[in-house]
Design a protein around this ligand. Structure first.
Ligand code: ADP
Length: 484
């Protein structure tokens, strides 16, 4: 029954290039027989079919022109007109009746051809559009399957519509179409930042709820065979012309090899910095001893002091390298205690002022605030910000440091009137090894680790760090810490 209905439904044949010839022919000829049967057997009047025939054949022409295109429409038209001539011939019309019959038939023939052509053309256009869309889809599908990354497309509620082969290989499992993310049972165990990821972590669902792209989310998933894969997911929403979200898509990249490489690099940095620490400490010790002897001429003394300064710089670099490596491996620990932030900041500034001769560092505001944090790490942050302020300012300028309270937070600011940072680099400078353009000049040597370490230390104290700056006019770095 379903198949018969499908066969008869003209809409089911849209986009279908196979047009039937026999079906319209058989239906038309059967209709002629039925009408003849009606005229002679039921109505018992050979002229009874005229009016019905017009309606019945108009309906048939519309139906077949839409079902089978031009061909269906023209076959039915041909059969209809033939039938009209057959009627004229068999009913023995003469004189005016014959002329009127022929004239009507010709007018109807023109109308029928026009109807069959219009509807046939409509069907042809719809077929063409459907085919064009199908071709587009095929092209897209071929492209999707060739991509070296996993792709998943869902509808607006996160129900999977399409995936590509790469995704199946990457995850070791096929996500069935119709699977709803966040609602159906998870297919794979997924970890985000070493914790089991829930649907709230799904970048695709996040993108759908936020209405904007979610990029660079990293997870580890466990394949059905127990192997772990590192993946990076970028998700974005797809909107229609009116701006309504109609779908979402995720690009999933295998980063297992990349992560292993990163780990090896981190391990190397860790080992190298550990190995460097000991000889540098002994070198510093020996130079200190030599410097204390004071048996050299002025030139040698100056050279020794210079050696010591270089060793101190080396020590700072190695210590930063070690911190970065500890941060990467999650091994940076904090020894928290209660202390007066204002005092510690002022002391740090004082110490830094002693070694900075060309720049004046002023504590402009010093609100007494007690916080619970790792004192030495907070000192490290202040040292870093002030040293940067000195490094990126012209000599004989001032640096203003302030400690304020704002609701439940302590806010420390370090303001300089130096080279400033262009707006598009202000967020990036807190990334690992990032340096804003212009700061690589010889005068500003560094590795771009300091602000990354500061950000991580402040983050792990549940605070925030940011910069407000204007190129050429100076920068103010802020960090907040929750009050104890
Ligand atoms: P480093 O100073 O060793 O390069 P940091 O992580 O401390 O590394 O700083 C990263 C980048 O941020 C610097 O290279 C510089 O471009 C920019 N920067 C930091 N502090 C300042 C400042 N006070 N004024 C201008 N630029 C700054």
């Amino acid at each position: 029954m379903k198949r018969i209905l499908h066969y008869l439904n003209p809409i089911a044949h849209l986009g279908d290039k196979k047009h039937s010839f026999l079906f319209p022919f058989l239906v038309s000829i059967s209709t002629c027989f039925i009408l003849e049967g009606y005229a002679y057997r039921i109505a018992r009047d050979p002229n009874a079919v005229g009016a019905y025939a017009i309606f019945v054949f108009v309906a048939l022409i519309i139906y077949f022109a839409f079902r089978d295109g031009f061909r269906g429409g023209y076959i039915t038209t041909f059969m209809t007109i033939s039938y009209y001539f057959y009627i004229i011939y068999t009913r023995n019309y003469t004189g005016d009746q014959l002329t009127a019959g022929i004239r009507t038939t010709i007018i109807l023939a023109v109308l029928y051809v026009f109807l069959a052509s219009t509807i046939g053309w409509l069907k042809h256009t719809i077929d063409y559009l459907i085919e064009r869309e199908a071709d587009e889809r095929r092209r897209l599908q071929a492209l999707m399957h060739q991509l070296p990354v996993g792709v998943m497309v869902t509808d607006h509620v996160g129900r999977v519509v399409q995936t590509n082969k790469r995704l199946d290989t990457l995850l070791g499992a096929k996500i069935p179409s119709g699977y709803q993310i966040g609602k159906d049972k998870p297919l794979l165990k997924s970890l985000a930042k070493d914790k089991v990821a829930t649907s709230a972590h799904s970048p695709l669902l996040l993108a759908l709820t936020r209405g904007k792209a979610v990029v660079g989310r990293e997870f580890t998933v466990e394949k059905p065979d127990g192997k772990k894969v590192g993946i990076r997911v970028n998700s974005a929403v797809i909107r229609n012309k009116q701006g309504k979200i109609i779908a979402a898509a995720s690009i999933i990249d295998d980063i297992t090899a990349h992560k292993e490489m990163e780990k090896r690099k981190d391990d190397f940095v860790n080992i190298a910095s550990h190995e460097l620490k000991t000889p540098i400490t002994s070198m510093k010790l020996f130079v200190d001893v030599l410097l204390r002897r004071k048996t050299y001429d002025q030139k040698s003394d100056k050279m020794l002091t210079s050696v010591k300064n270089q060793i101190l710089r080396l020590q700072d670099l190695v210590s930063d390298l070690l911190d970065v490596s500890r941060l990467q491996t999650g091994k940076l620990t904090f020894r928290k205690e209660e202390f007066r932030l204002d005092k510690v900041v002022a002391e740090t500034v004082e110490e830094l002022q002693q070694i900075t001769t060309e720049t004046e560092i002023v504590v402009v505001k010093k609100t007494p605030i007690v916080i619970y944090a790792d004192k030495f790490r907070i000192m490290q942050v202040v040292t870093n910000l002030v040293t940067n302020a000195v490094k990126y300012s012209a000599p004989n300028t001032t640096i203003n440091v302030a400690i304020r309270r704002k609701s439940n937070y302590a806010v420390v600011s370090v303001q300089d009137f130096g080279i400033g940072i262009p707006p598009d680099h202000q967020r990036k400078i807190f990334q690992r090894l990032y340096q804003a353009p212009g700061s690589q000049a010889r005068a500003f040597r560094g590795l771009g680790m300091g602000l990354y370490i500061c950000r991580e230390i402040i983050r792990r104290h549940h605070g925030k760090i940011w910069v407000e700056s204007e190129k050429g006019k100076g920068s103010t770095f802020y960090f907040t810490l929750p009050l104890s």
